[in-house]
Design a protein around this ligand. Structure first.
Ligand code: BDR
Ligand code: CA
Length: 317
């Protein structure tokens, strides 16, 4: 059983990742921690609580985290991919539950210290909460089972809306945090665009899952599939000719449970924090010289058909 804390900027694929984590028997979702990114922190927290409410899992604690990056302000209003409410404009049922009364980085520290060697962090938004936790608790890196983060890219072009052509948005939103996490000494796995952009959520898959959610009276499945339709439409506007949307965040959860889904390459990574046209770019040092010691296992290939089938089975009810 893989015990995970999912750190989310919910977000449509973040919501899909939450449901995937809830519905895989090999995963125990210990907590959801929230961050800004796709949407501001208040809305990301609300969306996370509402997904859990719709799934009937208000027993999962939600801790609200950082409202902005370590260094730069957060000024974004809405998202071209995730819409003005971060959920494709789809209304989620109101939640009754509240976030726990603890700042997400502190909540992460508490949980990891309570279960040393047991918890894997799965951040799928900017890495601010994780960097803050690692800075506050120098013992955290060695007490974690690992960190599997969705973000960055090695060869695939970056997120289209980014000013840096090779920057992926989660890293671009807080490069200083990403750099802190990468230098932390924790066991790191990077799930970047090189692999996530080859995982496909198609119209046919959405239709099949929506049908099963309807038949099973599965509210969480139904609303996320409605949002998935909006996500697919947004993808088709952003990437002309594309016939699918990518399962970025669910893939990170899936790899935390089963690393055999990807081919990992050890690399020494760093993050460009000041570059005029490269801010937010992950820089791998692939030179074979003394001092270049890998700090991250980077996913370079994914068994997309196996993962997509697992995703559909998990969410399809
Ligand atoms: C990442 O950016 C966000 O829009 C998604 O939720 C995902 O975490 C993909 O680049
Ligand atoms: Ca995300």
């Amino acid at each position: 059983m893989r015990r995970i804390i999912l750190d989310v900027d919910t977000g449509i694929d973040d919501a899909l990742a939450i449901l995937y984590a809830l519905r895989r028997p090999g995963i125990s979702l210990e907590a959801v921690t929230t961050t800004y990114g796709n949407i501001d922190i208040a809305q990301a927290t609300r969306n996370s609580l509402q997904i859990l409410e719709a799934a009937g899992r208000t027993d999962i604690p939600v801790a609200r985290g950082a409202a902005r990056a370590l260094v730069r302000p957060y000024t974004k209003k809405g998202s071209v991919i995730h819409g003005a409410n971060g959920f494709g404009g789809i209304k989620l049922p109101e939640q009754k539950a509240e976030p726990v009364a603890r700042f997400a980085p502190d909540f992460i520290i508490d949980l990891v210290r309570a279960h040393p060697g047991e918890i894997t962090l799965v951040p799928v938004g900017p890495l601010t909460n994780i960097a803050l936790a690692l800075m506050r608790a120098p013992d955290l890196a060695e007490k974690l089972a690992g960190i599997v983060f969705m973000g960055g890219t090695i060869h695939h072009p970056g997120t289209p809306s980014m000013p840096s052509p090779m920057a992926e948005v989660n890293i671009f939103n807080d490069p200083e945090a990403a750099r802190t996490v990468i230098a932390s000494g924790a066991l790191l796995t990077m799930i970047g665009l090189d692999v996530t952009m080859t995982t496909k959520l198609t119209e046919e898959m959405i239709a099949r899952m929506a049908k099963r959610a309807d038949a099973a009276n599965d509210l969480a499945g139904r609303v996320t599939m409605e949002a998935a339709r909006a996500y697919l439409n947004a993808y088709q506007r952003q990437y002309p000719g594309i016939t699918y949307c990518a399962l970025h965040d669910p893939l990170a959860v899936a790899v935390a449970e089963d690393p055999s889904l990807v081919t990992l390459q050890p690399m020494k990574l760093d993050v460009e924090c000041v570059g005029e046209i490269t801010r937010g770019q992950i820089i791998p040092d692939l030179r074979k010289v003394a001092g270049v010691v890998p700090n991250t296992s980077v996913a370079m290939l994914v068994d997309a058909p196996t993962f997509e089938a697992r995703f559909e089975a998990a969410l399809g009810g």
